[in-house]
Design a protein around this ligand. Structure first.
Ligand code: ATP
Ligand code: MG
Length: 439
């Protein structure tokens, strides 16, 4: 009975004003439909702004638009306004985009030119299908209000951390990024240092397997509600490893990565950084918008290579890319270059390149050389216990402990000279130069 008089709020998105106007006229006759957002949106960005502002129930979305295409906008809107059902409006020859649109969160599609009957039926259908999500949102928002009221009442002071973001990356698959991220995170932990390990390998993250932790929630749960994250939600999503290390695991299914924007990953990491002294981020091989955004907020980038020619060549490319990213110095200033799977000199002969040659070639010092040790690494993974917990004073645990100490030293060194607050980017410059003996 109560849903009888519900009005469906519709936002129209199309870069052609006449198309918007025609659809608006068609919808004007329907008493249960209300067009929101004035004349509608002419660009993807406008669509995101208007959707966030007006919280429409249905968004009619064009695909080709000047600044941001409809698929990217669909992804952003589906994440930001969960109750908005996006309907893609495409012309016949754009059908190839439909799969992408569906993966981005679109609920239905219409072929242009849109007939009035089809338009009304589609709007009502997607609106009805979204009823459970609206209900869930109502419950979630009352829960959030109750939680935030309670937090205010008990004058809950959020825990404050130094917020050093350390991103571990390699352009080469299997170089040892996850092994390094888990071990550096574990080795950074102390009674006076809180550490969070974030698995940002959104499709095939395996930090949970390395540490043998299970969780039904993941980074996907925080990414889809970035603006509403509160302490309660964080506590329910993070898992605690037996060592006390906090972990934010990757989504359980690869396709869930499509619903996570790079901006959301960045915001989640920035937000969590406020509560921890160190946030160590495991990343996938792709050099994409997500990795770039993470590099940008990182105070240190641990760049991982194996001592082989292809691996080192890829590192050269990444260093060049990082150098070109920010003026005047470039992001490569933040890099701690780590060689993993290093074989002792006398056992070399399997094509491994000497460390000194790599340093000369890259013009970058090796901050740590982690020995190859199949047995030790495999056992640690099988047991779900980081190497650094078991073999602090023996290779390869020793080198990993030293690397963590170096990470701590370089970020803490920079805090010392002046107490004025600085950004991660500002903080990163001088320390690395000092560490590697000049510019
Ligand atoms: N120093 C090492 N000695 C022996 N084995 C190692 C070493 N470092 C990593 N490994 C092993 O190599 C494999 C790949 O390591 P890891 O998963 O950490 O790499 P990755 O860069 O995260 O890979 P992916 O690209 O799949 O995310 C794992 O089986 C790991 O146990
Ligand atoms: Mg990995």
């Amino acid at each position: 009975m109560s849903s009888e008089k519900q009005v469906i709020k519709v936002l129209i998105v199309d870069d052609i004003p006449d198309t918007r106007e025609n659809i608006r006229k068609l919808l004007a006759f329907e008493p249960d439909i209300e067009v929101v957002g004035g004349d509608g949106a002419g660009t993807g960005r406008e669509a995101i702004d208007l959707a966030t502002q007006h919280k429409p129930d249905v968004v009619l979305m064009d695909i080709n638009m000047p600044d941001m295409d409809g698929i990217t906008a669909t992804k952003a809107i589906s994440t930001a306004v969960r109750t908005a059902a996006v309907v893609i409006m495409s012309v016949q020859n754009e059908s190839g985009y439909l799969r992408q649109a569906m993966l981005a969160g679109a609920r239905d599609f219409l072929t242009k030119p849109v007939s009035s009957e089809e338009l009304y039926a589609t709007i009502r259908r997607v609106y009805d299908r979204n009823e459970p999500i609206r209900q869930q949102e109502v419950q979630m928002s009352s829960l959030r209000t109750a939680v935030s009221r309670e937090a205010k009442r008990s004058a809950l002071t959020p825990s404050v951390g130094a917020g050093h973001v350390i991103v571990v990356y390699s352009p080469q698959a299997g170089a040892g990024v996850t092994m390094l991220a888990t071990n550096v995170a574990a080795a950074l932990m102390r009674s006076d240092t809180s550490v969070l390990l974030v698995d940002a390998n959104l499709q095939f993250g395996d930090v949970d397997a390395f540490l043998n932790v299970q969780s039904t929630s993941s980074i996907a749960d925080l990414a889809k509600a970035v603006s509403d994250i509160d302490q309660e939600m964080i506590d329910s999503v993070l898992v605690t490893h037996g060592s006390g290390l906090k972990v934010l695991v990757a989504p359980p299914h690869p396709e869930m990565a499509y619903d996570i924007t790079s901006e959301a990953v960045k915001e989640v990491v920035k937000l969590l950084a406020k509560s921890y002294d160190f946030i160590v981020v495991d990343t996938p091989t792709q050099y994409d918008d997500t990795t770039l955004k993470l590099f940008d907020i990182a105070e240190r980038i641990i760049l991982v290579a194996n001592p082989t020619i292809p691996s080192v060549r890829n590192i050269r490319k990444v260093l060049d890319l990082l150098d070109g990213l920010k003026e005047p110095a470039g992001l490569s200033d933040k890099v701690l270059f780590v060689l993993n799977r290093v074989v002792p000199e006398r056992e070399r002969g399997r094509g491994a390149v000497p460390t000194a040659s790599i340093e000369t070639h890259l013009k970058h010092s090796v901050a740590a050389a982690i020995p190859l040790d199949d047995q030790a690494v495999l056992t640690a993974v099988n047991q779900g216990v980081p190497l650094v917990a078991k073999m602090k004073s023996r290779s390869p645990g020793k080198e990993l402990v030293d690397l963590a100490a170096l990470v701590r030293k370089t970020v803490e060194q920079e805090k010392a000279p002046e107490e004025s607050p600085q950004t991660g980017e500002q903080r990163s410059k001088s320390g690395i130069r000092a560490l590697f003996g000049g510019s």
